[in-house]
Design a protein around this ligand. Structure first.
Ligand code: SME
Length: 150
């Protein structure tokens, strides 16, 4: 599927008025199915000053709760900015999840300027994420934000 088809699939899911958890699960599985370079796909939700892992696909991670001042995840949520890291081993903020991971993208899920959570994706390929991934995932995050923020 191209980006627009993925977004259309998500809109179709939203039209069925799923509960937030089912929607996030479906979004994670849609992204992993459609983008083979997305080896680990997860959604963290902000609870107080911690990011708490929700639905994910990929290897289990020990980072199920991440304080806002830690990791690439914390940096993306606390600045409300998408972060793309081409080489995770060269980034001192990186919290390792899997030994195979080489690059990462983290996209905040925000509604009216308020961060609700984020989409976190790891790839086993170096520099796997391009502006095309950023555009797709920011649009996915905007759709999810509307539902989560209700
Ligand atoms: N790498 C992330 C931690 C989460 S795991 O990738 C699932 C980080 O540096 O914040």
């Amino acid at each position: 599927m191209d980006n627009l088809e993925i977004l259309d699939s998500l809109r179709a899911l939203l039209a069925g008025k799923p509960d937030a958890t089912s929607l996030l699960q479906e979004a994670v599985s849609l992204l992993q199915r459609e983008r083979p370079h997305y080896h680990w796909v997860g959604i963290y939700l902000l609870q107080g000053t911690e990011l708490v892992l929700g639905p994910y696909l990929g290897k289990p991670t020990s980072h199920t709760r991440i304080p806002l001042n830690q990791g690439i995840c914390g940096a993306a949520a606390s600045t409300a900015q998408t972060i793309i890291v081409d080489d995770v081993h060269a980034d001192p903020r990186y919290l390792a999840c899997s030994l195979e991971t080489r690059s990462e993208i983290v996209v905040p899920i925000a509604l009216r300027g308020q961060v609700l959570g984020e989409i976190d994706i790891d790839s086993d390929q170096p520099a796997a994420f391009t502006s095309d991934d950023r555009v797709l995932l920011q649009a996915v995050a905007a759709l999810l934000a509307e539902q989560i923020g209700k």
